[in-house]
Ligand binder design. Structure first.
Ligand SMILES: Cc1cc2nc3c(=O)[nH]c(=O)nc-3n(C[C@H](O)[C@H](O)[C@H](O)COP(=O)(O)OP(=O)(O)OC[C@H]3O[C@@H](n4cnc5c(N)ncnc54)[C@H](O)[C@@H]3O)c2cc1C
Length: 381
């Protein structure tokens, strides 16, 4: 389908945010999904830990996660050839210095389980070792098991949304960089190197570049700051890791989980950076390996692969969704931080309703999710 000269809504950014929003809008509006790179999900979306977890995030992210679970566990017919979620479980481990934190977190989680969640199970050292035999018994003081943690098939989710968007008539374009934008009463002219598109509304789903895209459009930025997070893959000799739970240090100093027969390890770093094609620093790679050296009995022979991605946060660490107060045809859809994949099903429905100025779905309001929580107007300029 050739790209038309004009669409109702042009979405800048083909990560999970822009793609899921395109799928939600395309049945109702003409949509163009415009991505700078030569592959969908090349930045944050393609570099995540692929985790869906009911716990250990803010209350409001928890509500978006609850509202996303039904879609993730039962997507529409034909959306994906494979299940989107695979239950993995999460073992939270504590060293002797963190015994008190473990007890406090265990008590809080037993008291305040999210609606419908499986109760957490306190674990002795022996029980934890039965789940992950290569944990170091000298390092480990105790643990907590959370069954409500799944792996997400991120590529299937992303491609499922893209197929849905296209089937509903959306135009999706790679290698299209927004270089310049101008606004008149009738809407936007959006310029790339060799193609201009006009649109009534522009959606900013540019992830780490969201403030840059705002500036290009003459809109004041909102202090959406990208934070680098590192990951490494370690080969594991002598253990089949495929069915082990994810393991998180009790205060998320680091975490690890299986990844294609190896161990994915992140030192849970959060370094503010300018937007860029992120790569890992040697020091963070070494810190990740050192955590595994301390808390397991594994012999680390080499780092098979390392990478980094950018998690982009607004000042209050909640997504920013809604029309800009200064430039009404400019719609923010950014700041998904560390949970943009697991919350995409609910957030894209919320985003589509707000972009079309319609009421939120009943299940979202029943969970006390409101437009105001995510409004760009909550930040002083
Ligand atoms: C190491 C790591 C672990 C994570 N783990 C999890 C997890 O377990 N679970 C979870 O839910 N989330 C996780 N996240 C967070 C999740 O990856 C992000 O919240 C999510 O991917 C953000 O999606 P996005 O579409 O906003 O950003 P991106 O995927 O970065 O997409 C933005 C796109 O905009 C494009 N763009 C920018 N500027 C322009 C322009 N001028 N013109 C055209 N296109 C442009 C970029 O090329 C980019 O592709 C993790 C992130 C990292 C880095």
């Amino acid at each position: 389908m050739p790209m038309p000269d004009h669409v109702d809504i042009a979405i800048i950014g083909g990560g999970i945010a822009g793609t899921s929003l395109a799928a939600a809008l395309a049945p109702h509006r003409s949509v163009a999904l415009l991505e700078r790179e030569s592959a969908w999900g090349y930045h944050a979306t393609g570099r995540s830990a692929a985790e869906f977890t009911r716990r250990f995030h803010s209350e409001i992210v928890g509500r978006l996660t609850t509202a996303s679970h039904a879609f993730m566990s039962g997507p529409p017919e034909g959306f994906s050839a494979t299940a989107l979620l695979h239950r993995r479980g999460n073992l939270l481990i504590a060293s002797h210095e963190k015994r008190e934190q473990l007890d406090a977190i265990t008590e809080a989680e037993l008291r305040n389980a999210p609606p419908g969640a499986t109760p957490v199970e306190p674990q002795t050292v022996e029980q934890a070792l039965a789940r992950v035999p290569f944990l170091n018994p000298d390092w480990l003081a105790g643990a907590l098991f959370d069954a409500d943690c799944w792996d997400i098939e991120v590529e299937s989710l992303l491609q499922g949304y893209r197929k849905q968007a296209k089937a509903a008539g959306a135009h999706t374009l790679l290698n299209w960089t927004l270089d310049a934008a101008s606004h008149r009463d009738s809407g936007w002219t959006l310029n790339s190197a060799d193609q201009a598109i006009t649109a009534d509304v522009v959606v900013n789903a540019a992830g780490a570049w969201a403030d840059d895209v705002a500036r290009l459009c003459g809109v004041s930025p909102l202090q959406l700051i990208p934070h680098r997070r590192t990951a490494i893959n370690l080969p594991v000799e002598g253990f089949d890791v495929s069915e082990m739970p994810e393991v998180n240090e009790i205060e998320e100093d680091f975490y690890f989980k299986p990844d294609a027969g190896q161990l994915f390890v992140s030192p849970a770093d959060e370094t503010p950076v300018d937007p860029h094609d992120a790569w890992p620093e040697e020091l963070d790679i070494a810190i990740a390996a050192d955590h595994i050296d301390q808390c397991t009995t594994l012999e680390i022979t080499r780092v098979a692969h390392s990478w980094a991605g950018l998690r982009t946060f607004a000042p209050d660490r909640l997504p920013v969704v809604g029309y800009d107060s200064e430039r009404p045809n400019f719609f923010w859809y950014a700041g998904q931080g560390g949970y943009g994949i697991q919350t995409a099903p609910a957030l894209s429905r919320l985003g589509a309703a707000l972009a079309m100025q319609q009421p939120l779905d009943d299940d979202l309001t029943a969970l006390a999710i409101t437009a105001e929580m995510f409004s760009p107007a909550r930040f002083a300029r």
